[in-house]
Design a protein around this ligand. Structure first.
Ligand code: FMN
Length: 202
């Protein structure tokens, strides 16, 4: 059998890899900040900057986000991976996941109610613009109101060096640390000079 001979494997949500993120949110009283894990999140527009996250109605976070129209998408670094998984298998209805995981809720830039996770390298503050009821999940379509990043991720010119954040990706039910850099946007047509600078090629 040739390497690229195909087998029909059925219809499923097989798009992989995807980012895995920690969504933090709180109710209007801000008494119980919460975190849930989401793999079904993605960038959906550049101008204005927008993203979406699909959340089942049964999640406690669904209730909080619906109440305030706010949430924060926190990127997951290697050191947060275990907490990320935990926040995806336990509900804020039963416990304070910030406390259990030793994480710190901090005021989210640009938002009134939601908290960000201090230990996350990059936190994206979002305001809900629309909700699409798709079936199993409701898709929260949101404007990005602010982004904060750990200062160590900025170079001396203030540019974000996200490759230093040790980010985690999710592939078919498993977490992976991002690894070897293979190229960059447009590298297939870049000059030898640019390749040498950006890829360290001789
Ligand atoms: C890796 C991973 C990805 C997940 N992705 C989603 C998702 O995209 N949408 C969703 O509704 N639930 C997702 N979940 C499940 C929720 O995170 C989980 O039900 C969580 O306990 C909800 O917390 P809450 O009740 O405190 O809101 C995911 C769980 C894991 C472990």
């Amino acid at each position: 059998m040739g390497k690229h001979e195909k087998t029909d494997i059925g219809v499923s949500t097989i798009l992989n890899p995807v980012p895995v993120v920690m969504i933090s949110c709180a109710g209007k009283d801000q008494a119980k900040p919460n975190i849930m894990t989401a793999a079904w999140a993605g960038t959906i527009n550049s101008e204005p900057p927008m993203l979406s996250v699909s959340i089942r109605k049964s999640r406690y976070s669904h209730k909080l986000i619906t109440e305030t129209g706010e949430f924060v998408v926190n990127l997951v670094s290697k050191s947060l991976c275990k907490a990320c998984d935990y926040c995806g298998v336990r509900s804020g209805l039963d416990e304070d996941k910030f406390k259990t995981m030793g994480l710190t809720p901090v005021k989210a830039s640009g938002l009134e109610y939601a908290y960000a996770i201090k230990e996350s390298p990059v936190s994206i503050s979002c305001k809900v613009k629309d909700v699409l009821e798709l079936g199993s999940h409701d898709m929260f379509i949101a404007d990005i109101e602010a982004v904060t990043a750990d200062s160590y991720l900025l170079d001396d010119k203030g540019r974000l060096c996200l490759d230093n954040a040790k980010l985690v990706a999710y592939n078919h039910g498993e977490y992976f640390l991002l690894g070897e850099k293979l190229g960059f946007f447009g590298y297939s047509v870049a000059s030898e000079e640019v390749l040498a600078k950006r890829m360290g090629r001789k």
